[in-house]
Design a protein around this ligand. Structure first.
Ligand SMILES: [Fe+2]
Length: 156
């Protein structure tokens, strides 16, 4: 078995265990109805917000991880699966902050858009992303050729 096959096998073993034993979701598996806003404190808010902020780097970790691992199927898919799991952590912390009343939607929005939370990777990628968005717009107008043409799609 070559190295690439070993990574694939390792990923599939991990994935099978994860699918059978570790899956959870933030909608059904978190006892949201047991939140006690009367126990809220600024100290608790700061602690949770700190971990939530760390999780907000996930897109940056994922960009770098996928770029490093893309050539090896097992590694790239592990990176992708890991990213999904990590996204749950960030979302559950954000939802806890909001549902408990520890933070308002405006405070969460401010946290998410804080430039200190946008890593150099994201800054570097932002120029590339805008080019990609423009290209995907071109692509979607190309794929629209298979659909009935509307006035909007023919105007491009
Ligand atoms: Fe996490």
């Amino acid at each position: 078995m070559n190295q690439k096959d070993k990574f694939y096998r390792a990923y599939m073993d991990f994935f099978e265990t994860a699918e059978r034993k570790r899956r959870w979701n933030i909608f059904d598996d978190v006892p949201w109805d047991q939140i006690s806003p009367e126990t809220n404190s600024e100290q608790r808010a700061i602690r949770i917000e700190t971990y939530c902020a760390e999780e907000m780097y996930l897109p940056d970790y994922n960009i770098a991880g996928v770029e490093m691992a893309r050539g090896v199927f097992g590694l790239a898919w592990f990176q992708t699966a890991w990213s999904l799991e990590e996204s749950r952590h960030g979302l559950v912390l954000k939802e806890y902050l909001l549902r408990s009343g520890l933070r308002s939607p405006a405070q969460i929005d401010k946290l998410e858009t804080d430039p200190r939370l946008i890593s150099p990777i994201a800054h570097r990628k932002s120029a590339r992303s805008s080019r990609t968005i423009n290209r995907s717009r071109q692509f979607s107008s190309c794929s629209a050729a298979t659909k009935p043409r509307t006035q909007a799609s023919t105007a491009r």
